[in-house]
Each structure stands twice: as C-alpha cells, then as structure tokens.
Design a protein around this ligand. Structure first.
Ligand code: GLU
Length: 509
C-alpha cells in the first residue's frame, strides 16, 4: 500500500438471510478501522449465488445494518466511484477476467460434475490423500474443450494452481505459509445451470474466491479485515491476485467467535441473528461495544468516560482501534456478559434516548399502549427514569413498570396475610386518611413525614409500618422507592387502590 493511499476497507456480506452477529463484528471492525485512518468503508453485496441471495434477504440485511446505525461511505444505496456495489451487477467484469485467464492458459475448462468431484474427494480422503482436484480436465486442449461446449456440454473454469509456496504477512496472525501442493487447481467459475447458460456465454458462473478478488482489487481496497475462517480462501485468492497482476491488499484475519460451549458460534449454540438481539431490547451501542471486544482489546491504561474500562463510545474506540490490539485466540460470545453491559448502558445513556427506544416496547403491549398516550410524554419519561434502574433489557421495562398499572389492586396471599396481621389494616386506613389531605404527591420529604406520623400515632415502625404502605400503594412487597412511585400514580389512582386493598383485607371483595 502506497504511503499516500487512503485506507479503503469493506464489508461484503452474502445476503442469504439475516445479518449474523459475527458479521456485525466484521462490519464494526472495518468501520472502526476506516474511521481510525480517515478512510472509507464500502458495503458490497456478494450475491453471486442467486438462489440463496434474494432481494428480500438483501433488504432484511440492509435493514439490520441501518438499525445498528452504522454508516458506510459507498454501497448499493450510497453511490461511489467504484460501483456497482452488487456482484450480481458486475458479471461482465468477471467474464472479462475469466477470459483473460483462459487466454493466458492460467485457467482451463473443467467438465467434471459436482457429484463426481465429491466422490473423488471422498475417495482421496479415505486413502489418506490430500482431497485436491486430480487434474482430469487439466490437459485437455482448449480446442477440444470448445468443441464439447458447442456440442452443448457445460463447464466451469478451473485455475491452475502454481507449484510454489505462497506467503502471507497477516496483520493479526503474522507470517503464514501456504505450502505448494496443498491447494489443487480450483474453480473460479462453476458450471452454469440451464437457465444461466446463455447469460454466461461459455465461461461459467463466477464463484466467491474469483469475484471477491476482482472486486477487492477494482474497488481499490487497501485492507481486508475478515474472519480467520477465510484463511483457506485467502490462499486461493493470493493465486488469483498474482495471475491477474493485481496489487495485493493487506490482510488481517480476526479471531473466531465461539459460543460458550467453545464451538463456532451458530444457531445451535445461541442466537446469532442481530435483529433478534435488537428485538429483545439490547441497545445497538451495547451490541457494537460488546462485539468490538471479541477479538480486539484496547491498549492498557485507557480511561473511558463511562468509568468502566470495557464500556467505550465509538469515538473512544476509534482513537485506539487497530490490528495491533487484535488477538489470535478465539473469543467467546457470552450473552450473560452482554446483558450486563446492556444494563450498564440502560443507566448510562441519556434518559431521552432510553425513553424513545423503550417506547415501541410499550406500544406493542396492548395493556400499555393507551396508558402511555393518555399520560403523556413527560410522565412516560419519568417512568423510564425510575424503572431503568431495575432492568437489563428494554423488553423488560413494561413488565417492571406494571406496578403502575391499574386503579385497583388484587393482592396475592402473602400480601393479604401481611395486612391481616398486627396493625396492617390500621396503617392502611391511616394512610388513606392522611393522603386525602396530602396535596403534592411529588413531595417526597412530606411523604416521609406522613409515614412517620402514622408510625407514631399507631405505635408501629420498621417493616410493620413500611410494608403495609408499600402493599397498599403497589400491591407488591418490593419495588422502587415509594416516593418515586407515588407521583407517577396520581391522586385518584392512589385513593382507589388503597380502597380496593382495604376491601380485600376486610374480606369484602
Ligand atoms: N461474501 C463473503 C462472506 O460473506 C465475504 C467474505 C470476505 O470478507 O471476503 O463470507
């Protein structure tokens, strides 16, 4: 990479379904890297596999990226100088370079069917041999091959793997040598189906390793930051770079992400869909912060404004992000830890933001929908301000705030028994009387005074005093500070709740 060259990195998902959480980590690493070096992040859609890469899947994936709030500089919906940014719109380019390799005899037609190849691979493995292509079509002349094609046979193109070692200087993993003979001739285009045949005019359908190199080179990418699982692809890609005389980008292969069972993170050992986490009420801030620490570690001694060394804003990360902090050892995706981090963000993010993100969770709850609109924005913000202390996920808020719901209360057995013993009922009745004349429900010191007076009058204190009051106001034996709850309930709800409680204790309900 030339000294004056600006960093250009990319995220190149294949839109075959939802956005995988591991993909978000790759995207985020690339974003941080681009921002750290004042470079550009490109979003490229790798949709050469047109059976699996549907427009619906692409839409779903783009929505996930947008809901995480990650900005990229060029992509299908952000025009740039190196488009189009969908591989399905770049087939002419792949055809051009495929022809070039064919003309230079660096690639040849291969007529072997996928089934035959699989059989041969299996047989080779059984015999303890390297499962590489056996060269069946390697020596066939081009004329002969073209004759077969004009006679209606279908073929893909196979690259002749040079007999030499390839050495990669990886920014994370250091020097890696891919030894000669470990990778056989490999497909750069596959045999087209009947429908695809016409479109591809005898050179087959480009496969990932091939289209990837052409695009990475033509899009002038300087760094390829992607998961370590791509290393075996990189070996093949190095050969293609060389054959096409393209400049080599710098590679950084990041550590794998494992589930807590130490197996590769997949649907089997956890949720891997980004949307699912957002739907559960994780903040995108949490997801990105948490994922950034899977395989990267900030330099020691940094002091984020959050006060916690692991809770960092994107701006704080940008300042210190780099491949030097990336680790080789696999990282474990521990949802419990992410949940903890979300509870940290729940308390730390501005109340206004938490409130607006919490709103959809209340609005999709039929019990809450009307209450929220009737009571108004200010009330709702106070509710969130109070209950965000008690939960980890946004989706837990409507449940936690449920003690504000309802003008009457139905007591459970424990609460009822508590009020039936000692001076429980008397406390509640005294509370009703006094609150009748108590004007300002948000006057917490006045409310504390009032409780004290009841205590003195009836000669009760401690649990015997506070618990009946808590039960009479909320129907529960625990919860947030009552002086915070009271103003949110409102005077008439408070009165009717107490009345309903008295009725139950007296056995009148
Ligand atoms: N489309 C490829 C994938 O989703 C891109 C891999 C790469 O970064 O080269 O795995």
């Amino acid at each position: 990479m030339a000294q004056d060259q600006k960093v250009r990195v990319r995220f190149a998902p294949s839109p075959t379904g939802y956005l995988h959480i591991g993909g978000v980590r790759t995207l985020w690493f690339n974003w941080l890297y681009a921002r750290r070096w004042g470079g550009k992040l490109i979003l490229r859609i790798d949709d050469t596999d047109q059976q699996r890469s549907t427009p619906e899947n692409e839409k779903m994936m783009m929505e996930d990226i947008h809901s995480l709030g990650i900005e990229y500089d060029e992509g299908p919906d952000r025009p740039g100088d190196y488009g189009p940014y969908r591989q399905s719109e770049r087939f002419d380019l792949y055809a051009k370079y495929a022809k070039q390799l064919l003309d230079e005899d660096k690639a040849y037609y291969c007529f072997c069917s996928a089934d035959l190849i699989t059989q041969k691979r299996e047989a080779a493995m059984k015999m303890g041999k390297m499962p590489i292509y056996d060269g069946t079509c390697a020596h066939q002349s081009k004329e002969e091959a073209l004759k077969r094609i004009s006679a209606g046979e279908k073929a893909g193109l196979r690259m002749r793997a040079p007999s030499k070692d390839y050495v990669l200087e990886d920014l994370v993993r250091g020097k890696i040598t891919f030894q000669s003979g470990t990778i056989g001739d490999f497909l750069i285009t596959r045999t087209p189906t009947d429908e695809e045949k016409e479109a591809q005019a005898g050179i087959g359908m480009p496969v990932y390793n091939f289209s990837c190199v052409i695009d990475d080179a033509l899009m002038k990418l300087t760094h390829i930051i992607r998961g370590e699982d791509h290393l075996s692809n990189t070996a093949r890609q190095l050969m293609i770079y060389e054959a096409l005389k393209f400049d080599l980008p710098i590679f950084a292969h990041t550590a794998m992400v494992l589930g807590t069972d130490r197996l590769k993170l997949s649907k089997r050992n956890g949720d891997v869909s980004t949307k699912q986490y957002l739907d559960q009420g994780y903040f995108s801030e949490t997801l990105l912060n948490f994922l950034s620490l899977l395989g990267w570690w900030p330099p020691q001694g940094i002091t984020p404004a959050s006060g916690h060394p692991e809770v960092m804003t994107p701006e704080e990360m940008i300042k210190v992000f780099g491949t030097e902090g990336m680790q080789k050892a696999p990282a474990v995706f521990d949802v419990q830890k992410m949940k903890w981090m979300n509870s940290f963000y729940m308390k730390m993010l501005p109340l206004e933001k938490v409130t607006s993100e919490a709103r959809p969770f209340f609005e999709k709850d039929p019990n809450w929908k009307n209450i929220v609109s009737e009571r108004g924005d200010l009330w709702f913000e106070k509710v969130i301000g109070l209950f965000r202390e008690e939960v980890s996920l946004l989706s837990e808020l409507p449940m936690a705030a449920q003690l504000l719901m309802g003008d009457t209360l139905t007591l459970d057995e424990d609460s009822l028994n508590f009020l039936k013993k000692d001076k429980g009922l008397e406390v509640v009745e005294a509370l009703k009387m006094r609150l009748n004349h108590f004007e300002d429900l948000s006057d917490s010191s006045g409310f504390k005074e009032l409780q004290k007076e009841i205590g003195t009058e009836l000669g009760v204190k401690g649990k015997g005093l506070f618990m009946p009051i808590r039960i009479a106001l909320t129907g529960q034996m625990k919860g947030p500070d009552l002086s915070d709850v009271l103003p949110l309930l409102g005077a008439s709800t408070v009165q009717s709740r107490i009345q309903s409680v008295i009725h139950q204790v007296k056995g009148q309900s």
